[in-house]
Design a protein around this ligand. Sequence first.
Ligand SMILES: Cc1ncc(COP(=O)(O)O)c(C=O)c1O
Length: 450
Amino acid sequence: MTSFPKSAQHDVSRSLDLYDQAGELIPGWTQLISRRADQFAHGASPIYAQSSKGSRFIDVDENEYIDWNNAVSAIILGHADEVVDAAVKEQIDRGSLFSANSPLEIELAEELNDTIPSSQMVRYAKGGGDACAIAVRIARGTTGKDKILFCGYHGWHDWYQAANFGVDPESGEYPFAGIEPIGVPKALEGTVIPFVYGDLEMLDSLLDEHAGEVAAIMMEPARSELPPPGYLEAVKLLAADHGIVLIFDEVSCGWRIAVGGVQEAVGVTPDMTVVAKAMSNGYPMGAVVGSRDVMEPAKHMFISSSYWSDNIGLAASLTTIRELKRRESPRRFREIGEKLRSALNQAIEDSGLDGACTGLHTGPTVTLNTPEDVDPRKVSTLFIQEMARRGVHSYMSFKATLAHTDEDIRLTGEAAAEALQVVRSGLDQGNIDDLLTVNLKKEPFRRQVR
Ligand SMILES: Cc1ncc(COP(=O)(O)O)c(C=O)c1O
């Protein structure tokens, strides 16, 4: 029998045992750093799950949670969506990987062309980092230039992680505290250069400084807010003036705000776009799409891998995109995001704490302003701990799926109100350390921008 955790009896001991075991068998415990226990409240948050359905999952200790993490936003329709899973099961019965090619590759390319404004030609991958590496290869191959200017997070590959050679290890500015570019060839230093989102002057002067050497500007077109008016238009003009490829990485920001991504929502079309994660509702998939001019030269480049032809991701992606359209997803995401933001703001206001839930409706984020003498990590860890003990799983930011209901939002608001009361009393009494029953959460993941 599973049940929502009641704070007094909340037990994640099986998760903690498995995590200890993983530490002996898997270097770094998990496959994605954002899944490590130290990204949540290690000691209270669930670390291992046994099943998930809709907006909920059940951990290995039989606790049920409302899930606002959704596999770091890869789940968009809801866990184990019946329509997508039926398409996948049917495809499994017909073969997951053929010796010949699947017509699904063409069908999905047409669907992407109909959906993403910048899409005229398409290449596939199995994840976001993979797809970013393909986009960079194509941009370098098409322009004959090597350097990449970037803004945001673009995966684990050498081309991108080489940017960390420019980071002072003491500055604390690595994307994940304590994780360094070990194993990345030093020879790549200087080939990939960060710029600050929104700072056009900086981008302009970097383009002058590296004139004639830059293949592409790679950027996430939006983060927690919509881009400042005119910003993306100006970046596009700069790229065109310098004859370089503009790539939007919509791996995280795509699909929810509009099915065609941020570019559809704001009306600015790049030369190339990278998509992954939510495009297939939990099945491995990624794609690079772009204009014919930029993409076509890729036929002469070595971009090739056995499982990029896998039928499961293709079938899952086709069905997910069609379902997003059929279920009027942008309207529903706005509704869910706005209701959730106001429930969390109400909880913050009732607690009397200084803070707010802000940001785009696609990822409302709770910020709590702490007194100067209190470590903000203690406050965020305590909040996540208390939310976990009440059956809500999230970071400080929340990603919805179409499966989230008004009842999920109501329960989340109730849990937040109680959790924030605990935070408030810890601050008032000066006993946050006594209330924390877990290890302190690591700094949140930082998108490298400088
Ligand atoms: C913007 C962006 N690009 C690329 C990636 C890498 O994707 P993946 O983890 O599927 O390799 C991520 C993952 O979080 C991302 O947010």
